[in-house]
Design a protein around this ligand. Structure first.
Ligand SMILES: *Cc1c(COP(=O)(O)O)cnc(C)c1O
Length: 448
């Protein structure tokens, strides 16, 4: 086959000039976040204490396209190294003996190794414009923390990160990376906040969760007027910033002369999935090309496949407004799987609506089968993917094998959200046969 069919690149000028906002194209409106104290939609003033004002505007905007500020677009090229390539996984196709074509968008080439820098740069930019001196956040695997730390270094804004304790222990190099960029990093639950101390009392070895780390970050922000909070997933504005992935991919599929039948992404809170698929889902919702969209999660944290669609807190300490989303409950203690970035109890409200309407299909896998898929990918394509991304790889392989059984020449596309070169402990455990598969027998009952 021609070499040209293996890789699709764009020039820097082809980085999108606007983000795509799915809100005006959704089949129903996103229910507003609720103030847990009053049960009413939360007031913008209250949220402005925690978030940048401009980001709050984007959160509720119903404009289909929102212009990317020149400074952010420049940073996406100069610092995040966009546009990212689209590749065809030819060796994987041959290995599987499938008639399907498999493509992947490679977000692993960014300096911190994942898609998270796409929103980090935008969030730091707006906060800096508004005079914020310090951003506080949570991180699971350390991908979001390192992206925000890198963006903070770019724009000269301080960053403090609460890192889930299980990752802090399993992924010491992520902490090193964050500290290299100048960020402060604490294991969560920590003794720095009252929420953290409460969970530590319950269990001094508590593995932590994204929900707990979010509570700690918010408590920290509320004690410092010059600080604001930054979230790496779930919220509309975060998903919005990630659409540069899908908007670039749209041009690249055009160049390749294909339109995928199936789009696949892993889901923690939903940002890389949305960033990759929403521009294509939007086309379908506006009457354009039809496709399947598969969202992949761990069976240990099954918010899409076993959660309920209800109002729930975004954090375990119940400091945040309540979001209507698919959730296994903010009290759910997520097992310490290696895909730290997927250890979250809920998913984005917009993704929840798409799930309700059957537009997005959810699937869940155990971590052993996910690592097996990542192993096949590493041996055939040479890229060691992040354990989060490995969930998408597993689904792509399953779809390709189904296409083989049915003899169908379909086109499969997945988002390779990040590389796993700082996740080798997980691969060590996999090779040594030390991975545990967790299946929650029951999920916490929702409080109302
Ligand atoms: C954080 C992360 C995810 C999961 O988060 P989403 O917001 O759902 O994208 C997936 N893959 C990688 C590499 C990550 O860093």
């Amino acid at each position: 086959m021609a070499l040209a069919g293996l890789r699709f690149d764009l020039s820097p000028e082809e980085v999108p000039t606007s983000w795509y906002n799915i809100l005006p194209d959704l089949p129903e409106q996103v229910p507003p976040p609720l103030d847990p104290e009053t049960g009413e939609p939360v007031s913008p003033e209250k949220l402005a204490r925690i978030f940048s004002v401009e980001l709050l505007k984007q959160e509720v905007s119903t404009e289909r396209y929102i212009e990317i500020p020149a400074s952010v677009r420049e940073a996406l090229v100069k610092y995040a190294r966009r546009p990212t390539p689209l590749f065809r996984a030819r060796k994987l196709e041959e290995y599987l003996g499938t008639p399907a074509e498999i493509y992947f968008k490679y977000e692993g080439i960014t300096p911190t190794g994942s898609h998270k820098i796409n929103t980090a740069l935008a969030q730091v930019y707006y906060n800096k414009l508004e005079g914020v001196e310090r951003l506080v956040t949570e991180t699971g695997a350390g991908q979001w923390g390192s992206a925000l730390a890198a963006a903070g270094a770019y724009y000269g804004v301080k960053v403090r990160v609460y890192m889930t304790r299980s990752s802090y222990i399993q992924k010491p190099y992520r902490r090193t990376l964050m500290e290299l960029f100048g960020a402060e990093v604490y294991p969560s639950p920590s003794d720095k906040t009252s929420v953290g101390r409460r969970f530590l009392e319950e269990d001094p070895e508590h593995p932590g969760s994204l929900g707990i780390a979010i509570s700690e970050a918010i408590e920290d922000v509320l004690s410092d007027e010059k600080a604001k909070y930054s979230l790496g997933s779930v919220l509309n504005h975060v998903l919005l910033h990630q659409t540069v992935i899908g908007l670039e991919a749209e041009k690249q599929f055009n160049e390749a002369g294909v339109y995928p039948d199936v789009f696949i992404g892993s889901v923690g809170g939903g940002s890389n999935f949305a960033g990759f698929t929403y521009p294509f889902i939007g086309r379908m919702l506006r009457g354009g090309e039809k496709a399947r969209f598969i969202a992949v999660e761990p069976r240990a944290s099954p918010s899409m496949t076993r959660g309920s669609y209800t109002y729930d807190y975004a954090d375990s300490g119940r400091l945040t407004p309540m979001l209507k989303m698919h959730t296994v409950g903010h009290q759910y203690r997520v097992p310490p799987i290696h895909a730290g970035g997927l250890r979250y109890h809920g998913v984005a409200p917009t993704l929840s609506i798409l799930l309700n309407h059957g537009i997005v299909e959810p699937v869940a896998y155990h971590q052993t089968e996910v690592f097996q898929a990542a192993h096949i990918f590493a041996k055939t394509e040479g890229i060691v993917v992040a354990p989060e991304t490995a969930h998408a790889v597993k689904a792509a392989i399953d779809e390709a094998l189904r296409a083989k059984e049915e003899g169908r020449r379909i086109v499969i596309a997945f988002n390779l959200s990040g590389h796993g070169l700082l996740d080798l402990q997980g691969y060590r455990d996999y090779l040594d046969g030390r991975l545990e598969d967790y299946e929650p027998s029951s999920l916490p009952v929702q409080e109302s």
